[in-house]
Design a protein around this ligand. Structure first.
Ligand code: UFG
Length: 324
């Protein structure tokens, strides 16, 4: 059985769906702080908080867990700068609880949601896995620290892991069965879609004087269903080879904030207010991935590479969620 910690959340719920589609048995553990019970549509569910290590030990006693997938974390870069304590507790301390519980119960395999935020300001582009790690915000620091913990747990206790460094996860399940829940995201695309439906009065562009073609930040937007297929490949490879790995996950193309806003206007056919505001602390100008390693080694191929296709899926889910 695969334990999906944070499986009621945005990314975890897509991976839960994909695993069940491919015949795996899953157990979702989530504290429902941002995840939603309604998104646990596959496998079993136990409500629990990673802060409660005894509860984790009970779960490992009760279920025969072969692999843990860990998605339960706080993820807003801006918030991590203003409230780092929340990030060190939710991400680092809670990950340590999970790793210790796994160690005590002899569970040796982990797939970890890491982030492109571990790289910091890029020294070259696209960013591959050998790029130096120098996170520039507390969120990225927490992912960096956890990656270090994984390596140390491997050396000392034989943990085997795959750390997947996501670039900008976005979009939603094309069947409309899961997506990002209302109010739970501060990321660009959901925020812009909120402006479309009037749930917020306008969208702010955080900085227009970056050294990029149109002055706004460029990101690599990777569809969440492409992330899901990569997780299953990583899982199979981990079980086949018993070898720890680190892979980037991005689609290799960069889109600026303005390009995202333009795509949303085109897809939705609606106008909304756009205001140019100051830079957000902790942002890099450009983050674009090289995912050549996972493509070459595991045969992963992202399906949704154009921003329009990604926005279509996100918009479909947004409309469903708000019943427009
Ligand atoms: N942005 C705006 N206005 C908004 C929201 C965001 O201009 O209202 C801008 C941000 O400044 C940034 C871009 O849109 O330039 C994307 O911002 P997100 O908050 O959606 O995403 P981030 O790039 O900050 O972070 C995301 C993930 C992290 C990951 C990072 C790495 O949330 O987990 O991508 O690429 F580490």
């Amino acid at each position: 059985m695969i334990l999906i910690v944070g499986g009621a959340g945005y990314i975890g719920s897509h991976i839960n769906k994909e695993l069940n589609k491919q015949g795996y048995k899953t157990l979702v553990v989530d504290n429902l702080s941002t995840g939603k019970k309604e998104l646990v549509k596959w496998g079993e569910f136990v409500e629990a908080d990673l802060a409660d290590k005894n509860k984790l030990l009970e779960i490992f006693d009760k279920y025969k867990i072969e692999v843990v997938m860990h998605f339960a974390a706080s993820k807003a870069v801006g918030e991590s700068v203003t409230d780092p304590a929340k990030y060190y507790r939710n991400n680092v301390v809670n990950a340590l609880n999970l790793l210790e519980a796994m160690k005590e119960k002899g569970v040796k395999n982990l797939i970890f949601s890491s982030s492109a935020a571990v790289y910091g300001v890029p020294q070259y582009m696209p960013i591959d896995e050998n790029h130096p790690l120098n996170p520039i915000n507390p969120y990225g620091q927490t992912k960096y620290i956890i990656e270090k913990m994984l390596a140390d747990f491997e050396t000392a206790y034989g943990l085997k892991y795959v750390a997947l460094r996501y670039f900008n996860a976005c979009g939603a399940d094309l069947d409309g069965e899961t997506g990002e829940w209302q109010g739970s995201s501060q990321n660009l695309i959901p925020q812009v879609l909120d402006a479309v439906i009037g749930a917020r009065s306008e969208i702010g562009i955080f900085g227009t004087n970056y050294p990029t073609p149109d002055g706004t930040c460029v990101r690599d937007y990777i569809h969440v269903s492409d992330l899901a297929s990569a997780h299953v490949l990583a899982l199979k490879n981990l079980l086949d080879t018993n070898k720890s790995e680190i892979y980037n996950l991005g689609n290799g193309r960069g889109f600026s904030v303005r390009e995202v806003i333009t795509a949303v206007k085109k897809i939705t056919g609606r106008e909304f207010g756009v205001v140019e505001t100051s830079r957000r602390a902790g942002d890099s100008a450009v983050l674009v991935a090289s995912s050549d390693k996972i493509k070459a080694e595991l045969g992963w191929k992202p399906k949704y590479i154009m921003i329009e296709e990604i926005v279509v899926s996100a918009w479909r889910w947004h409309q469903k969620k708000y019943k427009i």
